[in-house]
Design a protein around this ligand. Structure first.
Ligand code: ZN
Length: 408
C-alpha cells in the first residue's frame, strides 16, 4: 500500500519537484502542530467575520495524533469531515478494504467526539467501491469527484515546466470538464435508500495554482473570481479547495473572493458541505399541487397552486400571471428574462395560464420557452448560485507530511 502511494506521488509530482518543495514545506508546517493550528484558527476567525462556514476533511490518523487540537478547532466552529483513515489512494482498494478503513476512521472520530457528515477521498482518488462503501456506511455526502474549470482565459505567463506540472495533475485527477457538465450536487447514486449527496469539487485547487503554476496572488484572485462569476451566471456551485497550510499565503485572496461573493444580488449562498447536503435532501422533498379552478377563459384559466416546501425554498415561475402577488409587489424580482421569483413563504397562490403549469423538480428546467412552469430552484432563500470553501487537512506537522508519503 505504501508502495503504491509512493509510486503515485512519484508519477504525479516527480522526485525533483518533491525535493524542491521541501523548503516551502518546512515553511508551511512546523515540527509541532502550532503552525497549522494557527492557520485553522485564522480560518475560524475569517468564518466568524463573514458569518460563513467551511469544511475541512481530515484523516483519522491526524485526529488520533492530535485529538485536543482538532477538538479545540471544532469548538471554534470548524466543520470537519472524513478523509480516510490514513492518506492513501483508495482507488486501488476493494469494497471490503475500504469499509474496514472507513469504519476505523469513523471509530476514531466517534471516540474523540469529532462530528462529521461526509467524506472526501485523499487525492480525490476513488473507485466505484468507494461509493458503495459510502452508501453502506450511511455517510451523508461525499465530495471526491472533480470538475475542471478552464484557467487559460487569461494570459498566465508561466514557464513550460509549470504548465507540464499542471497538466500532469489534470491528467491524474481525471476531472470532468465543466463545459459539458453542470457543476451541481447529485442525489441519484444507486437505487437503494439511503442515498448520499455527491458534491463535486472544482479544480484547479490551491496546490495546482500555487505550487505547480507558481502564479502570483493577483492571478489566483483573478481565476477564483472568474470561476465565481461563471458559476453565478450558470446558477451552479463553486467548491473551492484551499488547503489550510496555504491559508497564510492566500488569506487576502480568499477574503476578497468571499467579499466579492457577498456583493452579488440575487445573492451567492456561501455554505459548508454539510449545509449543502442538508439542503439538497430537503429540496428533494418539495412538492406542489396544481388545481384547475374551472374559471377564466380557455386561453387564460385560473389554477390554484399549493406549495408543500420549506420556507427557504426558492420558487421560480415563467409564463404564468399572478395578479394577487403582483399587486403586493411580491412578484417583482426577475432572475433573467423569463423567470420570476415567488415571494418566500408563499403557501398557495392563484395564477392564470393557458394550460396547467408544469411543476419542475429537476436541477434543469427542460420545458420549452412558452410552457407555464413552476420550478423549485437549486438554492435556498433566493440565492442564484453557491460557493463552498473547503480545505483538506492532510498533515499538521512536517513529520505527518513525511509519514503520509509512506501511507502512515
Ligand atoms: Zn488530502
Amino acid at each position: 500500500m505504501g508502495n503504491n502511494l509512493f509510486q503515485f506521488l512519484m508519477t504525479s509530482r516527480g522526485v525533483k519537484n518533491l525535493l524542491s518543495r521541501a523548503y516551502s514545506l518546512i515553511q508551511r508546517f512546523g515540527l509541532g502542530p502550532g503552525k497549522m493550528e494557527s492557520s485553522l484558527t485564522c480560518w475560524a476567525k475569517i468564518a466568524h467575520k463573514y458569518n460563513i462556514r467551511a469544511t475541512f476533511p481530515v484523516t483519522a490518523i491526524i485526529v488520533k495524533r492530535y485529538p485536543r487540537v482538532i477538538k479545540r478547532l471544532q469548538a471554534q466552529g470548524i466543520e470537519f469531515a472524513l478523509h480516510g483513515f490514513t492518506h492513501i489512494d483508495y482507488s486501488v482498494l476493494s469494497l471490503a478494504e475500504q469499509i474496514t478503513h472507513f469504519n476505523k476512521a469513523i471509530k476514531v472520530f466517534n471516540f474523540y467526539g469529532i462530528d462529521f457528515d461526509g467524506f472526501r477521498a485523499p487525492y480525490t482518488r476513488w473507485n466505484h467501491w468507494t461509493m458503495e462503501a459510502i452508501q453502506e456506511l450511511k455517510i451523508k455526502w461525499e465530495s471526491s469527484k472533480t470538475m475542471l474549470w478552464d484557467i487559460f482565459f487569461t494570459p498566465l505567463n508561466v514557464q513550460s515546466k509549470g504548465i507540464k506540472a499542471y497538466e500532469k495533475a489534470v491528467a491524474l485527477y481525471n476531472s470532468v470538464d465543466v463545459r459539458t457538465h453542470p457543476v451541481l450536487p447529485d442525489l441519484s447514486y444507486g437505487e437503494v435508500q439511503p442515498q448520499f449527496v455527491e458534491i463535486p469539487l472544482c479544480l484547479p485547487d490551491d496546490e495546482m495554482l500555487v505550487d505547480r503554476l507558481k502564479l502570483p496572488l493577483a492571478k489566483i484572485k483573478e481565476i477564483w473570481e472568474y470561476i465565481l462569476a461563471q458559476s453565478y451566471e450558470r446558477g451552479e456551485l463553486f467548491t473551492l479547495q484551499l488547503h489550510p497550510e496555504r491559508l497564510p499565503l492566500c488569506k487576502s485572496v480568499i477574503e476578497q473572493v468571499i467579499r466579492k461573493a457577498q456583493s452579488y444580488y440575487p445573492k451567492v449562498w456561501i455554505a459548508s458541505l454539510n449545509e449543502i447536503a442538508e439542503w439538497w435532501n430537503e429540496k428533494a422533498q418539495f412538492r406542489a399541487e396544481v388545481k384547475d379552478l374551472g374559471r377564466g377563459s380557455t386561453s387564460n384559466s385560473e389554477y390554484k397552486i399549493i406549495f408543500n416546501c420549506s420556507a427557504r425554498a426558492t420558487i421560480l415561475c415563467k409564463n404564468i400571471e399572478c395578479p394577487s402577488l403582483q399587486a403586493e409587489k411580491r412578484f417583482n424580482l426577475k432572475w433573467n428574462n423569463s423567470y420570476q421569483w415567488v415571494k418566500p413563504g408563499t403557501n398557495e397562490v392563484i395564477v392564470k395560464a393557458n394550460i396547467p403549469p408544469v411543476i419542475v423538480k429537476d436541477t434543469v428546467d427542460k420545458t420549452d420557452e412558452s410552457t407555464p412552469t413552476i420550478w423549485f430552484w437549486r438554492w435556498p432563500n433566493g440565492a442564484r448560485s453557491c460557493l463552498s470553501i473547503t480545505g483538506d487537512v492532510d498533515s499538521l506537522t512536517l513529520v505527518d507530511f513525511l509519514l503520509r508519503i509512506v501511507g502512515k
